[in-house]
Design a protein around this ligand. Sequence first.
Ligand code: UDP
Length: 324
Amino acid sequence: MKILVTGGAGYIGSHACKHLLGHGHDVVVYDNLSTGFRDLARWGEFEHGDILDDARLRGCMRRHRPDGVIHFAALSQVGESMRDPGAYYRNNVGGTICLLDAMRAEGVKRIVISGTAAVYGRPEHMPITEDVPAAPINPYGMSKLFMEQMLRDHAAAHGLHWVSLRYFNAAGADPDGETGEMHDPETHLIPRIFMAVAGDIPALELFGGDYPTPDGTCIRDYIHVADLASAHRLALEYLTEGGESGPFNLGTGKGSSVREVLDAAERACGRPVPFRMAPRRAGDPPELVAEPSRARSVLGWTPLHSGMDEIMRTAWAWFNRGKS
Ligand code: UDP
């Protein structure tokens, strides 16, 4: 297939592009490089453009005539979305409107989007199935829920075929060391742990030790980015074979607490992690763990890299790239 990948210069997008090329598909990356990196857009052809630029996006769609679209181009920080909700609705919802219009105009009928576990809000029971009613507690999660609703409406009106992959916590880096996580500013747990180990920050702030969990710290379901990448290919192939549209959770089904993540980091780095307890971070639910069996049984997806030690090893190697 020829696949247009919006946001292919970002963390998850770049892994997906590498994976797609490795499986014989042609890739066109469309990215404005606002949070992505030109260096990471090296799998496939690169088109510099903004998702909100209707004319450019449509021109790109017309020139390349993709068989399907994988849509990563979006803002993705919960805290930032609380401070600047408008940016989230403009980019994520508005960007998806532009994309769906361009697809419709050019007759492109299949799309896989980055969804998120943030659509579930603060569910009471774990693990979370796709049938748990969506109830986001921040503008980021809400923007992704609106995106899914737009896909449903376009499916009903125009015969669009869609999958939303609701990621839990993306982590790790390319096992070959060719791409990995680069955010500026970096807010995510694992890279910040490494920053503390390397002395780039004085200590990791551990947000909240009084949650109703066995060790008092938040529990998340960490999924290796290489496993996320394979799910996007499988989802697009599934749609091409006539699969039914809908959302799929991507996680391992096993949660790790922040303290367990710190322990795994110490094993990978061979050094203690300097940390200090800090207050809870606004908007963090105590526990988010996926029930991922739908993706396994329907898409044929099997996570191969998501053991915590492999996540840490690949992420630590990426963090230290070029240093020796
Ligand atoms: N976390 C932390 N210190 C940090 C960053 C994150 O204690 O500097 C915690 C955070 O409260 C959450 C978990 O680590 O429980 C994962 O956070 P991250 O920002 O990596 O991902 P999110 O769950 O927000 O998608």
